[in-house]
Design a protein around this ligand. Structure first.
Ligand code: SF4
Length: 411
């Protein structure tokens, strides 16, 4: 056992050295990316620019935290995409959860959703945090398992807010299918599916004539452990862009960008997996089967954006008795009822779609801060505004980092 522990630590040390603290490889990748971009410019013209979208909030965290934007050649822009589930959860469902908590139903939620603000206050209450302060029953959990344990103990009416992407869906699905939820605990499935959002954001960015379109995508690594890299093949085919499923260390992301540039330089497009230590082409077939058994895909609303076809998961009819929406008679949000649900002036929807940077928002780090989030992208650690607020990103900070990288001989 001890030997196994040491081997694990050794592996961790190896991974850290290979994928995080590896200035030599980072320098080589930076040079490779710059050379490939020169090849592309020689073909397309000196003013040619490239946008690469990192879909996932954790990739954006890596890019900002490790200053990877500063390693890009002038003309290659990394833009964040809609990969933060808390940011895109409609205000409508947060309002319904506040109502439930104030009526005596115990609401279990993750810590980041706790601070998410609704646009329409319920009896003057705008978040689950405020609901708890007002006497509502709100409990923070780190997983559905915690909620099951606690709800089984107290026996009162309860609901778990099931927010997340495909990564969390297998856990919810297995709990539903195996009958592990106690009768008094219902699931409010607010799970979102990522490929429809990627389609939408790439599509919408094509309509902006002044901007270069997205020419490559760093696809989410965690989601792809479940869906498999095959989920991104239609994206690569339809938009004719390279898509690389990357891991979350800085070298992973740089390798993903290098592969995108390699394909672009050769005029190719296709899906590649950089994150081979976790992701396969087919993904986790057992998890996919569990999701299919418990859930069906529905047209769903993304906060600030609107309804995207087949982009959400709801419990199937046969598991209806476990469904919080049915059990508590909560009306589903419909395209007719949906109204833009970001607070006035907040540009989170544009940030989420890669159309604006957090620093383009006049409220960034003024009215809206991680301590007191005003808009949804400032709440979760995966929200682009929250990442930029905590670790910088853009402007002078990138320039300094770029200069330091040159001095350190990474070029
Ligand atoms: S800084 Fe705040 S208000 Fe501005 S876009 Fe981001 S979340 Fe919205």
């Amino acid at each position: 056992m001890e030997g196994q522990g040491l081997a694990f630590l050794e592996k961790l040390g190896y991974l850290e050295k290979a994928f995080r603290s590896n200035a030599r490889l980072a320098g080589a990748l930076r040079g490779y990316i710059a050379r490939k971009f020169e090849e592309i410019r020689a073909r397309e013209g000196r003013d040619y620019r490239i946008k690469i979208m990192d879909f996932c909030g954790t990739h954006e965290w890596t890019i900002v935290h490790f200053g990877l934007r500063s390693l890009m050649p002038e003309g290659v822009e990394l833009v964040a995409g809609p990969g933060c589930p808390v940011c895109v959860t409609p205000s409508w469902y947060i309002e319904r959860a506040i109502e439930l908590s104030l009526s005596g139903v115990t609401v279990y939620t993750y810590g980041d959703t706790f601070k998410l603000r609704a646009v329409n206050p319920v009896d003057g209450v705008s978040s689950l945090e405020e609901a708890r302060a007002a006497g509502g029953r709100v409990r923070l959990v780190v997983s559905l398992v915690d909620a099951v344990r606690d709800a089984s103990r107290h026996g009162g009416e309860s609901v778990f807010l099931g927010i997340g992407f495909e990564t969390v869906a297998p856990g919810y699905a297995r709990a539903v299918v195996s009958g592990s939820l106690p009768e008094n605990l219902k699931l409010m499935s607010l799970v979102k599916l990522t490929p429809p959002a990627m389609f939408y954001s790439l599509d919408i960015l094509r309509d902006k004539p002044t901007e270069p379109p997205v020419m490559g995508v760093i696809a989410p690594g965690h989601v792809s452990t479940v869906t498999g890299a095959k989920a991104w093949e239609p994206v690569a085919e339809q938009f004719q862009v390279p898509v690389v499923v990357s891991g979350f260390e800085p070298i992973d992301v740089l390798m993903g960008i290098a592969e995108i540039m390699r394909q672009l330089a050769r005029g190719e497009y296709g899906v590649k997996v950089e994150y081979t230590r976790a992701v396969t082409w087919e993904g986790d077939l057992e998890a996919q089967a569990a999701i299919h058994e418990a859930f069906e895909a529905v047209d769903d609303a993304w906060r600030g954006i609107g309804f995207l076809p087949l982009s959400g998961l709801r419990l199937r009819e046969k598991y209806g008795r476990l469904d919080a929406l049915r059990h508590f008679g909560i009306e589903e949000l419909t395209p007719e009822k949906w109204r833009k649900d970001t607070p006035p002036g907040c540009r989170c929807a544009e940030v989420t779609l890669g159309k604006a940077k957090p620093t383009d928002c006049p409220m960034f780090m003024k009215k809206c801060t991680p301590e007191k989030p005003y808009g949804p992208c400032m709440v979760s650690l995966e929200g682009t505004c929250a990442v930029w607020a905590r670790f910088g990103g853009g402007g002078l900070a990138d320039q300094i980092a770029r200069d330091l990288a040159l001095e350190a001989g990474l070029g």
